[in-house]
Design a protein around this ligand. Sequence first.
Ligand SMILES: Nc1nc2c(c(=O)[nH]1)N[C@H]1C(S)=C(S)[C@@H](COP(=O)(O)OP(=O)(O)OC[C@H]3O[C@@H](n4cnc5c(=O)[nH]c(N)nc54)[C@H](O)[C@@H]3O)O[C@H]1N2
Ligand SMILES: Nc1nc2c(c(=O)[nH]1)N[C@H]1C(S)=C(S)[C@@H](COP(=O)(O)OP(=O)(O)OC[C@H]3O[C@@H](n4cnc5c(=O)[nH]c(N)nc54)[C@H](O)[C@@H]3O)O[C@H]1N2
Ligand code: SF4
Ligand SMILES: [Mo]
Length: 747
Amino acid sequence: MKDHPLIKKIGSLIRAHDGALTQDLVQHPGEFGLGKVPARLMPDDTTTTICGFCSTGCGLNVHLKNGEAINLTPTTDYPVNLGMACPKGWEALTPLRSADRATTPYLRNTSGTLEPVDWDTALQVFTVRFKAIQDQHGKESIAFLSTGQICTEEMALLGALAKFGMGMLHGDGNTRQCMATAVTAYKQSFGFDAPPYTYADFEESDVLVFVGSNLCIAHPIMWERVCRNKNNPEIIVVDPRKTETAMAATQHYAITPKSDLTLLYGLANILIASGWIDLDYIEKHTSGFEEFVRFVTRFTSDTVSAATGISVENLWRFADTIHRGKRVSFWWTMGVNQGHEATRTAQAIINLALMTGNLGRPGTGANSVTGQCNAMGSRLFSNTTNMLGGHDFLNEAHRKKVAAVLGIDVGCVPSQNSWAYDQIIDGIESDKIKGLWIIATNTSHSWINQRSFNELTKKLDFLVVQDMYYTTETAQRAHLVLPAAGWGEKEGTFINSERRHGLVKKVSRAPGQALSDFNIFKLVAQYWGCGDMFARWSSPEEAFQIMKELSRGQPCDITGIDDYLMLDRAGGVQWPWSGESTSANAGAVNEERALPGQERRLFEDGAYFHADARARFLFSEPCEAPEPVDDEYPFTLLTGRGTSSQWHTQTRTAKSAVLRKLYPENAYVEINPLDAERLGIASGTLVAVVSRRARVEASAFIAMTVQKGQVFMPMHYAVTNELTFPSFDPFSRQPNYKACAVRVEKA
Ligand SMILES: Nc1nc2c(c(=O)[nH]1)N[C@H]1C(S)=C(S)[C@@H](COP(=O)(O)OP(=O)(O)OC[C@H]3O[C@@H](n4cnc5c(=O)[nH]c(N)nc54)[C@H](O)[C@@H]3O)O[C@H]1N2
Ligand SMILES: Nc1nc2c(c(=O)[nH]1)N[C@H]1C(S)=C(S)[C@@H](COP(=O)(O)OP(=O)(O)OC[C@H]3O[C@@H](n4cnc5c(=O)[nH]c(N)nc54)[C@H](O)[C@@H]3O)O[C@H]1N2
Ligand code: SF4
Ligand SMILES: [Mo]
């Protein structure tokens, strides 16, 4: 390796990197040998793991032959899914065996094609090119975009390596597209990013309110938990579309898109004016209520009805249902998070729960449902928006604590916040970002106003994409592709929507020379010359021990989880778990150690994470949607999930013949029958959907699911984000994917 021509060229740039890991990984391509695969009360040929698609975090039994997965079934005694799985879970192994897996690194050659190279060359080029950019344009000129879809240990290592080892200041992830609003809303309202619920709450409520959430499609097993509710609950859905979830609800309010904030303030006004509030709770546990009361009085039923399209009678019915409920839970997902005033909308939901005392008791809560398998890991440990372990880059004591735990110089820890995703992309435009490393996300498809990003990639001096497949839209634009092992081919932990850390196991061999993201980051550290800094991160399980130390004393403290084996035995562990068991939280007592109770919720004592222990009522004046419809673009385009068998940009789900049978192959647009008739559009014909950004084609799906004047396109087809309008919530900088103006015409 020392004689490699590149080494000669770059000389002292690279320190010795021929440690055991390099020997192992570079000399012997492919990660041979499976992990330890601890079996939890299982026969030797079956082990357990957690599904790698959505944030529900279902437990799966993986059936092995010669230590290698051949099939799987849902785990019956896992507290999350109780033996159920959705089509994606059942098909989770199939995408691993696809022919377009990246089995070697690829480097773009002088004629512009991606050419296979070995790991050594790939890592040399990675190091030389990024260092050269930093030398020329400053350390901050390279950035990373990471993900909520790799193991927490991998995210933590990437975040630490990029920011503390490689000197990057800017790094963000696809969690910005997804959960940034919930993070910001909780931090401001509760003092920490803390979704309070446990899935048992789905079964224990007597009223469930879903705002901008299509649980039947996006979280089918959470929906199954709702179906197990024995209280004959009222299920209220607020969604402009008549979704599968809305059809199953007892009350559906087909709200005018992006008028949720007004609706929620109007409901608050009715509840307050009627005395349907819990003054005791408000007084003991909150602050800012009086200002809030003064603010909401102007949201009279008539004005709210006009803005939202919901009749005055129905506004009162909605409020009355909340009032009559003994255990009311409020749930929200992307219909809220992806909006131009998303943070305040999420907080308006939180305000309703606070003022009615619906927090901290079974079946209650202001509950943000997460999206990706490990979005919650990314929220706490990706070192992007928050510093490792839910810490704050701007807080000196936090910087010292994190540096001490990692055994690094505090001078390596940035004292500034990173740019958000959109600001990093703007940085490419303004020549401030010259190099970008994208890990486990497919920006070229999923980013809002995708065409603009794709144009900008041409301005980058160096784009590295680390993915399971070399065929993704983003990988196809890269200078260098690093081949990653996927879910099932590596070990680590995920954190699900209800804060449950679950163990993910290696049950299959990564193809060719693909390596786990963890080992890719370790190699990068060595080639970069900062391997010593990460010597303690010798394996995912060692990294988990570091994560535990980072969490100590935080609301997300997990110091009570001994190791992976304990996680496995306990059926996952919800944070916090510092090890003290009380009669309330202790579950089955094992001869070695008490395992935590399997369903734990936050704020049972009414103490929030602000210094005064009070939750805040936060609010702002609603403002107009950024791109309202007009004569030229008369339709509101809604976007979201299409079916339970499609996952995001489809790099994985499209690889399964079984799943492909369960959804339309080509892009489609849902149109209301009245609009279709007026435009002379027949079902199944090709139409053009035109926005100020693009004109794309899709087949017409004529259905009552959308209201007149609205159309819907699933995000799973790349054309959808050619149309979307880039606007962002001012507090969370989450993209407003859910509403832009379009027209529809015959193709
Ligand atoms: N099958 C499948 N499941 C998934 C995913 C997947 O790709 N496929 N992705 C996962 C991820 S990462 C996420 S984040 C979640 C997303 O889960 P959800 O948020 O439930 O899914 P979406 O379809 O994006 O959006 C939910 C609803 O918001 C509605 N909506 C649009 N505009 C508004 C509005 O102004 N107000 C209100 N109240 N509602 C509005 C849409 O009509 C849509 O029905 O799903 C997760 N689960
Ligand atoms: N219009 C519109 N756009 C949206 C949304 C919407 O509702 N409407 N929703 C947004 C939301 S909520 C989200 S979360 C985003 C999702 O957007 P993306 O994150 O871009 O979507 P994915 O298809 O999940 O991309 C994950 C990538 O990681 C790769 N991968 C999978 N596992 C691994 C691994 O272990 N290691 C590595 N290195 N790679 C891996 C996959 O092959 C894939 O290329 O989309 C957003 N975009
Ligand atoms: S609901 Fe989510 S976690 Fe459960 S099997 Fe389906 S994709 Fe996997
Ligand atoms: Mo998401």
